[in-house]
Design a binder for this molecule. Structure first.
Ligand code: GLY
Length: 286
C-alpha cells in the first residue's frame, strides 16, 4: 500500500536510520514489528492516534535494541540525555522534552508537558524536575544505558498513526548522538523537524543526523509537500532530496497522509520500519 490506497486506520513506526549491525538486525526488525502490532491492535480497538503513537513509542523506548529510553547512548560525560516529542494533529498541539535525564519514557513526559503545562517544551533540569513532580519514577543512568552499557548511536524511534476518527498523531524519541556535548539537542524534540502531525494533512517522524535534519526542518518539509498535493511517498522522497542536496546529511523519514497512505525514504544504508493499515498483516523493512 506504499504510496497508494486509502485506509481507515494506518500506522507506520521506525527504529532509526543508519547501518544496523548484522547480528542486531533480527532484534531491530522484531522490535519494529512488535511495536506496529501493538499499535494496530490499539487502533482496531478504537484507540486514538495520540494514545497509539505514545504507546508504540513507549514500547520502542523500553526495548534496549533502540537508542531511546532504555538503551540510549551516553554523552561525552557518560550521562544519558534524551529528547522526545508527541504531536496531536486533532488539537494542533504538541509537547516535547529536550536533554531530559533519569526518565524511562521521555515520550510520556512530553505528553504531560502538552497536557499539564501552558508550555510546549521543557528542557534539561527543568524537564527532569517536572517529570519527578508529575510522579514519573527516577531511573538511574546505568539502567538507561542498558545491558551493553550504552545503546547504539542510531536507533531513534518514531511513529505516525491515523485513527478511525480521522485524527493523525506522531511521536519521536531518541538518546541523541553518542559522545555529544552535554546539552546538545537534536531534531527529534523540535516541532517540524523531528515530527509533525495535522488532521486533514498527515504526519511525519524523522530520524538520522539531527543537525542536518534541523537545517531542512525535515518533518515540516514532508508536510509542505503534502500540502502542495503530493502523496505520502512523493512527499517523503522530495523531503529526502532536500536533505541530500542542501546538507548532504544522512537520515530518513516516515509519513502518512490524511487518507492513511504510507511513505518513507532514507539516505542511510538502513531505515528500520514497520507499517500496517486496518487489519492487514504488518510489513517490515530494514
Ligand atoms: N535524530 C536524532 C538526533 O540527532 O538526535
Amino acid at each position: 500500500m506504499r504510496g497508494t490506497g486509502i485506509a481507515t486506520t494506518s500506522l507506520i513506526v521506525h527504529g532509526g536510520a543508519g547501518i544496523f549491525r548484522t547480528d542486531l538486525q533480527d532484534l531491530v526488525r522484531e522490535g519494529c514489528i512488535r511495536a506496529a502490532e501493538l499499535g494496530q491492535g490499539l487502533l482496531l480497538g478504537g484507540a486514538s492516534a495520540l494514545d497509539v503513537v505514545e504507546r508504540v513509542v513507549m514500547a520502542l523506548e523500553d526495548n534496549p535494541t533502540f537508542n531511546s529510553g532504555t538503551g540510549s547512548c551516553a554523552n561525552a560525560q557518560g550521562e544519558v540525555e534524551m529528547d522526545a516529542i508527541i504531536v496531536d494533529g486533532a488539537r494542533g498541539d504538541f509537547g516535547a522534552v529536550a536533554a531530559i535525564r533519569h526518565v524511562k519514557n521521555p515520550v510520556r513526559v512530553a505528553r504531560a508537558v502538552m497536557e499539564h503545562t501552558p508550555h510546549c517544551m521543557l528542557m534539561g533540569r527543568g524537564a527532569s524536575s517536572f517529570a519527578l513532580e508529575r510522579g514519573f519514577e527516577s531511573t538511574p543512568t546505568e539502567e538507561l544505558l542498558g545491558e551493553r552499557g550504552s545503546g547504539p548511536d542510531h536507533g531513534t524511534v518514531g511513529a505516525v498513526a491515523l485513527d478511525a476518527q480521522g485524527h493523525v498523531a506522531a511521536a519521536t524519541s531518541t538518546g541523541g548522538t553518542r559522545d555529544k556535548l552535554p546539552g546538545r539537542v537534536g531534531d527529534s524534540p523540535i516541532i517540524g523537524c523531528g515530527a509533525i502531525a495535522e488532521d486533514g494533512l498527515g504526519g511525519a517522524s524523522a530520524t538520522g543526523d539531527g543537525e542536518a535534519l534541523m537545517r531542512v526542518m525535515m518533518a515540516g518539509a514532508v508536510a509542505g509537500y503534502l500540502r502542495a498535493g503530493r502523496n505520502a511517498q512523493e512527499a517523503a522522497d522530495l523531503a529526502l532530496q532536500d536533505l541530500k542536496t542542501r546538507t548532504g546529511g544522512l537520515g530518513g523519514v516516515i509519513c502518512l497522509d490524511a487518507s492513511g497512505r504510507i511513505g518513507f525514504a532514507h539516505s542511510t544504508t538502513h531505515l528500520a520500519l514497520a507499517y500496517t493499515h486496518d487489519r492487514a498483516e504488518v510489513v517490515s523493512r530494514l
